[in-house]
Ligand binder design. Sequence first.
Ligand SMILES: Nc1ncnc2c1ncn2[C@@H]1O[C@H](COP(=O)(O)OP(=O)(O)OP(=O)(O)O)[C@@H](O)[C@H]1O
Ligand SMILES: [Mg+2]
Length: 380
Amino acid sequence: MSSNLFRPSFGTYPHVLVGRDALLDEFEDTFDGLLDLTGLTVLLSGQRGMGKTVLLDAYARAARSAGWLVISDASSDGLLDRLSRDHLPRLLQVHAEQPRTKLTSGSVSPGPVGAGGGWDERYPAESTLRSQIAELTDALRPSGRGLVITVDEIQSAALEELHKLGEILQYARREDRMLAFAGAGLSTPIEELLDHPGATFLRRAEHHTIGPVSRPDVRTALAQTIADGHREIDVHALDRAADAAAGYPFMIQLVGYYTLKNAAPTGPVDAAAVDAGITAARRRLGRLVHATALRPLSDVDRTYLLAMAQDDRPSRTGEIAKRMGVTAQYAGEYRRRLIRDGIIEPAGHGKVRFTIPYTADHLREHAAHDALEDLADETS
Ligand SMILES: Nc1ncnc2c1ncn2[C@@H]1O[C@H](COP(=O)(O)OP(=O)(O)OP(=O)(O)O)[C@@H](O)[C@H]1O
Ligand SMILES: [Mg+2]
């Protein structure tokens, strides 16, 4: 029986994870020997769909297989509260030596690390949090294990909460506790976060930028996932699919998934199935990624992007201003904003390119569609 093992949705661990071996080895080493403490504070940043959540998961898996306990959360408001009222009490219940009675009351005594006067009262959970972490890491220490906290979408964390979390980590380091932290989030907001005085601990983290994967890796992911699902694909079809994924991890899953969906039930997957798969994959990418990213933009932002979309390679910024009929300075303002929003990125001196494949095609298709609608409105 053949099956479709591609996973075209965000945050889902792929059947075959490619192009991240060095990082995965590092994660394993961190929890294996623990000679190198730098791996205990990790920050992953990258554009949408590059595989940050999956790698955060890989970090957690590496920790778990070395026996560490893992708490995973996404940083919406109330992160610290959830840690101290939900995650930590649950783990303490199982792993701490003393039976716990008052864990969710928020009235646990500050314990060995002290209350550390001067804490902001807006987060009363905090001294509790520190003592809970102290208790848990003390309980785990004899078996050489520790605790990992992973936080996804860290760019949307309340700065104050991150600041507190940073202090908690710092205390843990000072006291030699086995506490690890890994965070992940979108590139540009992360860069801004790093500039903020409240997020010093993130500046000291081991920072990995998660980018596209190489063509051979894309090919491996496609071929192996198809083979493991008991199908075959002919070489030309595979090449075509690999080209279409354009090194973008999310697109590997999309192209693979829709290719198999369009393949005949038996025999090798052929180029026709791949072509139908690419069309479906691009449509879904447009809906899930491009449309979401482009929706909040202003008309001028769009004009800038449309001017870029005329090129098949990185665009010269001077040329874009000319096409828009504005000064380079005026266009520069929009370029900066679009870079900040992660839609485009610098591509060498005086050049920019789109961060996600097929953005230009999406813009062109929609511009044509909008123009037709306008025409229909005028003539009706
Ligand atoms: N290295 C990889 N090899 C194969 N597939 C991958 C790889 N990394 C991610 N994927 C797949 O790509 C998709 C997106 O991954 P993920 O959700 O981790 O992206 P993300 O960077 O967290 O995106 P977002 O910024 O939207 O949160 C998932 O379907 C995942 O299975
Ligand atoms: Mg994610």
